[in-house]
Design a binder for this molecule. Structure first.
Ligand SMILES: [Zn+2]
Length: 346
């Protein structure tokens, strides 16, 4: 067989960059593990991105609990919080909320390019990132990419548990940066709620949270691929998985969709496979240990095209993997330029 025969079945990196399909979204679902992976040395001020139970300790939140819950709060902050919530102790709940909000608001991305910049730039504006994280890193990254003129054609962001950087206008049902004016009524956006781990979350009781989950339902219904990064679906949040599953629908009708699970090295693969089983059709899934092995990192801004070529056209595709290190934003801009240029030339 000559190479001419083969080439019809191959897609080069150049061909992948030049090909742009309009259509279905890619969904990236993020949990705390993503922030840990993005900031192995902590934030700009060297502070490690904490888990909630670590925050509880750092902020001595235990002190706020009534005496009968202090013991539990030390052992299991989330369970104690849940009890406090059931008791409707609004003073204590308010204090905890304020301290946690202040704490997470003060986190900042390091000045140099970060994994979060790569994540944002590697998806397009038809795609969506749904995050459970309260930290402001995704938002900070999108702001700086726009400010530096790299691009504003970035994935839509949705905050399933609220976010310290994001505010909401209840009157107009719009969201934006906390404190900035709403484009319609010009009143400042008020802080979005932070949804705490209570046994039975009510995703409908707050209009901002309800709107984010409605978006999740629609995107999950329409997407061609789901990537889950650093979210191991705690049993306390079974409701979240159930809701997402409703959007995704019946797996037998999602026969061509792909699911990839990015988790920390050494994570229990079988358990992850089990957790995400409602989103996996037979063998259409991957469990990987680094974002850089993901479909998103191997086919930045062209995941739909690569998926189409590989799974529908049965072609051999080439990887256009994002570099793991960028020293400057000039390097970032230069690397993504061919992809962005091809999109504007359309
Ligand atoms: Zn408004």
């Amino acid at each position: 067989m000559s190479t001419g025969d083969l080439s019809a079945y191959e897609v080069t990196v150049e061909q992948e960059i030049a090909m742009i399909l309009q259509g279905k979204p890619h969904i990236l679902l993020l949990g705390a593990g993503a922030s840990k992976a993005a900031l192995p040395n902590g934030d700009k001020h060297g502070r490690a991105v904490p888990l909630l139970r670590e925050v509880a300790e750092d902020l001595t939140l235990v002190d706020i609990f009534p005496d009968d819950l202090k013991g539990l709060a030390v052992r299991d902050f989330e369970a104690a919080y849940s009890k406090l919530f059931d008791q409707r102790s609004s003073d204590e709940l308010g204090k905890i909320d304020t301290r946690i909000r202040e704490y997470f608001s003060s986190f900042e991305l390091p000045d140099e390019p970060n994994l979060y910049d790569v994540i944002n730039l590697s998806l397009r504006d038809k795609d969506a990132i749904f995050t459970f994280n309260w930290d402001p890193f995704l938002v900070q990254s999108q702001r700086r990419l726009a400010k530096r003129g790299i691009t504003t054609r970035l994935p839509k962001l949705f905050f399933l548990h609220g976010n310290v950087a994001v505010g909401f206008c209840t009157k107009d049902s719009t969201s934006g940066l906390v404190g900035r004016p709403c484009s319609r009524c010009h009143q400042p956006f008020s802080p979005s709620v932070l949804l705490f781990p209570v046994e039975h979350k009510d995703y409908q009781s707050d209009s901002f949270i309800a709107r984010e989950w409605e978006a999740a339902r629609q995107y999950f219904r329409d997407c061609f691929m789901l990537s889950v990064f650093g979210y191991s679906a705690p049993t306390t949040d079974q409701e979240a998985i159930d809701l997402l599953k409703k959007g995704w629908g019946d797996i037998s009708e999602r026969a061509m969709e792909q699911t990839e699970i990015i988790n920390r090295p050494g994570a229990d693969r079988d358990k992850l496979r089990q957790t995400w089983a409602p989103f996996i059709h037979t063998h259409h899934y991957d469990v990987i240990e680094s974002f850089y092995d993901s479909f998103i990192a191997k086919h930045p801004r062209r995941t739909l095209e690569a998926y189409w070529n590989q799974y529908w056209e049965a072609k051999f595709i080439s990887d256009n993997t994002v570099p793991q290190q960028f020293a400057t934003f000039e390097e970032v801009a230069a690397w993504y330029k061919p992809l962005l240029d091809a999109e504007t030339a359309q």
